[in-house]
Design a protein around this ligand. Structure first.
Ligand code: 1CP
Length: 333
């Protein structure tokens, strides 16, 4: 059994496996080298051999306990024929949204458009370097995908209030998103991923209708994934009440964000926990890193815990700080 599966299944597990959100990306020189030659990000995600190579880059360098496939949560709108472009410095830009067109797309068309993602997973999952390691597949949660599809850009700069104006439209769109997320999850599992992580990066933006827009559609995806026999990790970033989220949704593991008090989390949350460390700690010095990492490891020493961050690793992170992080976690007794 892999260290992460052991952590999920055995309440008394004393292992502290480690992987890092966004580990296959911009802080790695070997990724930047490939990226510089591949200006079209979506095409890069659809390049079977390069996406497989990028997925394995952080494993080769740091020997993490899991690889996460090199892809993006916005491959979902891409698969639904909404244009998705990544412009330098501006983040994602999405094209017009046509509900009639979305309603006419069938599962086969969608799967065909993303076929290279699944082929890349098949190729990667049999690589011997992943022996005794997990290959993590992922999706954005329905709410987070909805935000990008309607807002057409990152809500970090500006979330248009229009999102909530036409409730019927939002409802219809959520149903479509959920249907295709299920297909995307199932395809990834069939291709060989051993865990699914659901990123709800913008859960914290929603102030009302949380049960309708976050809880219900997420619960449907979690139950669907469990039925397929694969563990599921949820990351409802910024959500007010992680305890309530875990009690209702019951994922196999929850990734806490860096604003969550780990001492409160360990007392209240009864399922395995992942993550928490503020990615900015990796921009400080080794002494501070040591102090902060040991703090998390101590707090979670009697709780099934997978070491990870409280959000994605920052592009300006130095390689030697990641090496130091892995060393601290592996040497902790
Ligand atoms: O380890 C990995 O990086 C694996 C692949 C991965 C994953 C898991 C990428 C590649 N993206 C993601 C998830 C993802 N994408 C999330 C959820 C996690 C999170 O909150 O960080 C989100 C919100 C996105 C959307 C996205 N993709 C943005 C917008 C972020 C925002 O502020 O709104 C951006 C800039 C991207 C591009 C992207 N995706 C991945 C990479 C390596 C990059 C950078 C591309 C580049 O080189 O410019």
């Amino acid at each position: 059994m892999t260290p992460i599966q052991e952590c999920i299944q055995n309440k008394n597990s004393k292992l502290n496996p480690i992987w890092i959100m966004r580990q296959a990306g911009r802080y790695l020189p070997e990724f930047r080298e490939i990226r510089a030659k591949n200006p079209d990000f979506i095409k890069l995600c659809l390049n079977e051999s390069l996406s497989s190579e990028i997925t394995l880059q952080p494993i080769k360098r740091f020997d993490f306990d899991a690889a996460i496939i090199f892809s993006d949560i916005l491959m979902l709108p891409y698969g639904l024929d909404q244009e998705v472009k990544f412009e330098k410095g501006l983040g994602p830009k999405l094209g017009e949204l046509d509900l009639n067109r979305l309603e006419s797309i069938n599962g086969n068309e969608f799967s065909k458009k993303l076929n290279s993602v699944y082929k890349s997973i098949s190729k990667t999952s049999v690589n011997p370097i992943l022996n005794n390691k997990d290959l993590i597949g992922f999706v954005g949660a329905p709410w987070t995908i909805l935000v990008y599809m309607i807002n057409k850009m990152s809500p970090k700069n500006n979330l248009s209030k229009k999102i909530f104006k036409d409730k019927l439209f939002v409802k219809k769109l959520l149903v479509i998103i959920e249907k295709f997320l299920k297909i995307h999850i199932e395809n990834q599992i069939k291709a060989g991923v051993s865990i699914i992580q659901i990123f709800d990066s913008w859960a914290g933006l929603l102030e009302e209708n949380i049960s309708e827009y976050i809880y219900e559609p997420t619960l449907n995806l979690v139950n669907y994934t469990k039925k397929l026999g694969v563990p599921v990790i949820c990351f409802p970033r910024g959500i007010d009440n992680y305890k309530n989220f875990c009690d209702v949704i019951k994922p196999d593991m929850v990734n806490i964000d860096y604003n969550v008090d780990p001492k409160k989390a360990v007392k209240e949350i009864k399922i395995p926990i992942q993550g928490g460390l503020d990615p900015k700690v990796l921009l400080s010095d080794k002494e501070n890193l040591h102090k902060e990492v040991i703090k998390y490891l101590q707090i979670f020493k009697d709780h099934p815990y997978v070491f990870n961050l409280g959000h994605g690793i920052l592009p300006e992170t130095k390689i030697e700080m990641v090496e130091e992080l892995v060393k601290i976690v592996r040497e902790f007794k």
